[in-house]
Every structure is written in structure tokens, then in C-alpha cells.
Design a protein around this ligand. Sequence first.
Ligand code: PLP
Length: 194
Amino acid sequence: MTLVAVTKGREPETVRRVLVDGGHKVLGENRLQEWRDKHEHLPSDVTWHLVGHLQRNKVRYCRPFALIHSLDSLRLAEALEAEGARHAHVFAVLIQVNVAREASKYGVAPADAADLLAATGDMPHVRVDGVMTIAPYHDDPEEARSVFREARRLRDRLGVPALSMGMSGDLEVAVEEGATLVRVGSALFEPGPG
Ligand SMILES: *Cc1c(COP(=O)(O)O)cnc(C)c1O
């Protein structure tokens, strides 16, 4: 299981102190612009994941990311394929699935994930490593369990290895349900109880 330490909204100095000095080497960012301003101020031996929505016209900034968690359309896959072909670069991606079908969230419907995966079969510069999902926000993390379970079943059906799910509020449930990557921000940066 990999903990992706999500640094959005934090100053580079804070990120360095809390994460890098604390031994975290896999960092997540959800806003490209913020990443561009920030990563130069951080050690170069960290691995970056893009966890937030990616616009097609921004794919040219994405080669430094070891994993893009947010493939949410065929058109984005095509843009990544074209960019990868230009630079002989293979993008590793996760298909973001909107399991709970929330209007406010990106991601493909679960029923469309297999078609998107199949389409990338013709794209030598896009490699789908797994599935990512974001559970609806609830005070009770148990509410996320059925969403995580469905994401895992979908991942199993697709036959891909990675499963990115769980954030500060629901990461324990996500791990119980088989997450291989959890994306944690506030729990690492904000002092908890005690
Ligand atoms: C911010 C963010 C996280 C981390 O959220 P926390 O609640 O701070 O742990 C995880 N995934 C995505 C996509 C995010 O944007």
C-alpha cells in the first residue's frame, strides 16, 4: 500500500518539513499550476502523482508525474497518447470512476470504465494501471464502504492492479476494502486530537 501525501494548498516549506523530512517520498498534487510553482522548491528525489482533474490542454506539463490518477474521458486519453507519442513517453494512469454518480465529481460511470480501458489498448503511450475513486463526503466513514467495495469489484473485473481510494476522512475503510494507494492530505498536515 502506498501513501500518496497530497500537498495541495501547502507552502513548499511546510511540505518539506512535514513530508520530505518525515520520510514521505510519494507526493500528490491536484492542481497543475500549484505543482509548477511548488515542485522546484522541493527535493528532486520525490515522486509526484497528479490526483486532480486534468484538462486536455495541460497534458504537456504532465510527463514528470509517475502516475496520473484522474483519467476521466476518452478525449483526455487521446490527448495523453498524442503527447506521449511526441516525446516517446508512456503515461501511467488510473481511470477515475464516479462510483456514487455525484454530479459534482469528475470520473466515468462504472459502466463506461471497460470501454475506456479497451480504447487505451490502441494507445501505446497510455498505460492504465488501475482505478481511482473519491467517495462522497460523510461524517461517518462507514458510508464510504459500499463505494469502495464497488470500486474494488470494478478494478477486479477490469483486471488492472492498482486501486486508489481513501482520503483523510475515510482512509481506514478504504484500506480495509483493498486500496493499494491512499491519498492523504489534511491528516498529515493538521495536528489531530491529542
Ligand atoms: C485533496 C485531495 C485528497 C486529500 O484529501 P484530504 O481530505 O486532505 O486527505 C485526496 N484526493 C484528491 C483527489 C484530493 O483533491
